[in-house]
Design a protein around this ligand. Sequence first.
Ligand code: SF4
Ligand code: SF4
Length: 447
Amino acid sequence: MVPVHLKKGYRLRIAGAPSPQSSGLTKPAHVAAVPERIPFVKPRLRVKVNDRVQVGSLLFEDKRNPDIQFLSPGGGKVVKIGLGPRRVIQEIVIELDEEESFRELQAFSESDLEAADGKDIVQAIIEGGLWPLIRMLPFRDWPDPKTTPPYVFVTVGNLEPFHPRPEIFLNGREDLFRFGVKILNRLTDGQVYVGASQRDDVVISEFEDLITHTYRGDYPAHDAGVLLYHTKSAPSDNRTWYIDAQDLLLLAELLQTGRYPTRRTVVLAGSMANQRQHYQTRIGVPLRHLMEDRAEEGDIRCIAGGILTGYTSSKDSFLGIFETGLNLLPAGNEREVLASFQPGFRKPSYSRTFLSAFNRGDFVMNCNIHGGVRACIACNHCPDVCPVDILPQLTYKCILVEAVEESLAHGLLDCVECGLCSYVCPSKIELLDTLRNAKAAYYKEQA
Ligand code: SF4
Ligand code: SF4
């Protein structure tokens, strides 16, 4: 096992962590696909309202490559296609039948998998609608199915607050995970890397034979881009593919059963949730179904996904295929009275400006940014936490003056989009959005 010790990064001490307890939710009345929150996709609808669909029926495809398809996470009737500004497809809502029917796809036994041609396995994943779960560095789009990667990285666990714990979602599904790793082995001529936290003793002892990397450190030490940055030996390694361990379970279930998988372990967390724990539910679950009787009264901000990298969502929205957490935070719309005279013992801050520097507890985080964007004060907090040694403030300035070459020279493509630079910036500069958009623009230009 290759040990990776990330000395930078940051441990966010945010109140509202979920407990390791896990329980099942009842079946929701509706589920949905949420194209709006899938990065890079240009969706072309293939259903209309009132169409009947099975679990695994085609809902929409990617205009860039129509072979990349997104399938229905439920069986029933399409009851709503939500369109946003400029007719962006926000969600496709399916009212579930009591007895859902499944579209049957190709299934593979262990021996089928060994005997099959790699191209057939790729085709089965594409037809099963799960190819987009595999991502390619550095842009994090899904890879071209005709290419093969130097390595495939499986990240077990996510250190961003708050995501499901691997010992919970892998519990009882160890063989499925091993099957998933065998699938990945058929997609690469190189090696499958599996990275786990040195603190996850249960996972390490269970999968000792599979784990190739162990990481130590704070968020985002788990990220495939970070692990690769600290271990890569050749420029071609930058094209490594990666997949999250829970997504790998979906992939394995698809090929093992020949049916589009629907099961998902998600967490409900954040200081405004009052039953913070893991829940067994399904892809596309309505946020209201998750929150029902489990949220405090008050002005709540719902974040689908992790606290730094997730999406602000309305309570009427749904969890998309890539989202495994719902974090409920106070909206923080109230004005603080005499804020400048308060010592800030309970105010989360990276800088040691407030008395919270002496507070060892977790902090209630809200969505108030306490003032508007100000000029960079060259405090150097952002490079202090950047896990891939970028100077975010200088890269940001290069992007603003459209100096593309300079921003690349500063390591723009190494950015793992963790959001720590924006979080610690006392001037509230949107470093993450700027760097992420610049990366995406460069990618489109290259494509
Ligand atoms: S520059 Fe990128 S990798 Fe570095 S802290 Fe910011 S978002 Fe994270
Ligand atoms: S954290 Fe913000 S203010 Fe400080 S150097 Fe970075 S961009 Fe400038």
